[in-house]
Ligand binder design. Structure first.
Ligand code: ACO
Length: 331
C-alpha cells in the first residue's frame, strides 16, 4: 500500500532572542505573569528586512539535506502561512524562486495554526494517489511585525514568535510506515474570536491614515474563549484519529500539539489521560509560531531522538477560524 512518509524534517529560528524581561520594557507585563499563564520564557523575532520565504528556505534546506534530496527532486511545494512576504502572491512562489525550481506547482494554505496539518492532508492525498512523489511542505511565519507592542496589545504580544519548519514528504510502498490518517475541521462562526481585521478589502483604499491610528490593525483574540475551545477540540480530534485507525492513546509514543499555551498542553494531557512526558513542548523557547510550530517541534523531536523510525506520533492543532486538525503518523 502506498503511503506518505516523512523523509526529512528541518527548522529555522531567527537569531534574535526576545525575553519576557525585554517585553516588560515595552508594555505593562511581567515575566511572572507570562510564565504562569503561558509557560513562555522567550521567543525569536526577525530583524528588519527578513522575509517569511527566507526563513522557510533555511528550514527547507535542512529538511532536504536530512532527506538526502535536493530541491530538484521536489514535485510540489505546499506553503502554510498566515501572511506571505507580500499581500500577494503567497509564500509558495516566493520560496520557489529562492529554491530555483521553476515550473512545479506552489500551493498556499491559509489555515493559521492548523495550516501545517491541512497541508499534510493535501500532500497525503496527492502522494497516495500517485500524482506526486516528493512534496516539500513548509510552515513559516513572521508574527512579530504585526503585534501591538503597547499595553493595549499585551495579551497577544507576549504569545507569538517567528520561525519556520519544513518536511520533505515522499512515497513508500512499505505500507506499515507513514501518515495513517488526517482529520480536518473548521467553524467559521468563530472568525471574529481570533482575527486581524484591517487592512480589509471592504474599504477603498484598504488602509488609511485614520485606520492606522486605531488598534483594529492588530490581531485580536478573546483569549479565554479560545482557550476553552482549544482544550476541548485537541483531545476530540486526537481521539478521532485513534478511533479511525484502531489505536489507543497508550499506543502513541509522542503527542505533538500545536504550541499555543503550556496550560493548554497540560490540560490536553490530562484530558487524554497521559503524562506530560508523552507531550512534546518547546513553547518556553519560541512561543506560538502558528503554522511553523508543528514542523519545528517535529524537527527538534526527531533530532533529540524522541521520534524514531517506527514511532507512533499524533499531531494536532487548533487556531484562528476556528480551525482544528489532527494526524496519526507511523514514523
Ligand atoms: N501581562 C500582564 N497582564 C495581562 C497580559 C499580559 N501580557 N495579558 C492580559 N493581561 C491581564 C488582562 O488585562 C486581565 O486583567 P484584568 O483582570 O485586570 O482585566 C488579566 O490579565 C487576565 O486576563 P485573561 O485574558 O483572563 O487571562 P488568561 O488567564 O485567560 O490568559 C491568555 C490569557 C494567555 C491569552 C489565554 O487566554 C490563552 O492562552 N488563550 C488561548 C490562546 C490560543 O490558544 N490561541 C490559539 C492559537 S493562536 C492562532 O491561531 C493565530
Amino acid at each position: 500500500m502506498r503511503r506518505t512518509i516523512f523523509a526529512g524534517v528541518g527548522h529555522y529560528l531567527p537569531e534574535r532572542v526576545v525575553t519576557n524581561q525585554e517585553l516588560e520594557k515595552l508594555m505593562d507585563t511581567s515575566d511572572e505573569w507570562i510564565r504562569e499563564r503561558t509557560g513562555i520564557v522567550e521567543r525569536r523575532w526577525v530583524k528588519e528586512g527578513d522575509t517569511v520565504s527566507g526563513l522557510a528556505l533555511k528550514a527547507s534546506e535542512m529538511a532536504l539535506e536530512r532527506a538526502k534530496m535536493t530541491s530538484a527532486d521536489i514535485d510540489l511545494i505546499i506553503f502554510a502561512c498566515m501572511e506571505s512576504d507580500s499581500e500577494f502572491p503567497g509564500g509558495g512562489c516566493w520560496l520557489q524562486e529562492k529554491l530555483q525550481i521553476p515550473g512545479i506547482p506552489a500551493l498556499d494554505i491559509r489555515n493559521q495554526c492548523s495550516g501545517f496539518i491541512y497541508g499534510l492532508s493535501v500532500a497525503d492525498q496527492f502522494i497516495k494517489t500517485g500524482h506526486y512523489n516528493n512534496i516539500l511542505l513548509v510552515g513559516a511565519e513572521i508574527q512579530s511585525t504585526s503585534l501591538d507592542l503597547t499595553t493595549g496589545g499585551r495579551d497577544m504580544a507576549v504569545l507569538f514568535g517567528d520561525g519556520a519548519g519544513a518536511a520533505v514528504l515522499t512515497a513508500s510502498e512499505n505500507g506499515e510506515r507513514g501518515v495513517l490518517t488526517t482529520h480536518l475541521h473548521a467553524d467559521g462562526v468563530y472568525t471574529k474570536k481570533l482575527w486581524a481585521e484591517w487592512p480589509s478589502v471592504t474599504h477603498h483604499p484598504r488602509i488609511t491614515p485614520e485606520m492606522l491610528e486605531t488598534d483594529r490593525i492588530y490581531p485580536k483574540m478573546e483569549g479565554r474563549y479560545v482557550f476553552k475551545h482549544a482544550v476541548t477540540r485537541f483531545p476530540e480530534v486526537i481521539h478521532e484519529a485513534l478511533e479511525k485507525t484502531g489505536y489507543s492513546i497508550k499506543d502513541v509514543d509522542l503527542v505533538v500539539p500545536h504550541q499555543a499555551n503550556l496550560r493548554i498542553t497540560e490540560a490536553v494531557a490530562q484530558r487524554l489521560g497521559i503524562g506530560m512526558d508523552k507531550m512534546y513542548s518547546n513553547i518556553e523557547k519560541y512561543g506560538n509560531t502558528t503554522a511553523a510550530t508543528i514542523p519545528i517541534c517535529l524537527s527538534e523531536a526527531w533530532k533529540e531522538g524522541r521520534i524514531k523510525e517506527g514511532s507512533l506520533v499524533a499531531i494536532a492543532a487548533f487556531g484562528s477560524g476556528f480551525t482544528w486538525a489532527s494526524a496519526l503518523i507511523r514514523w
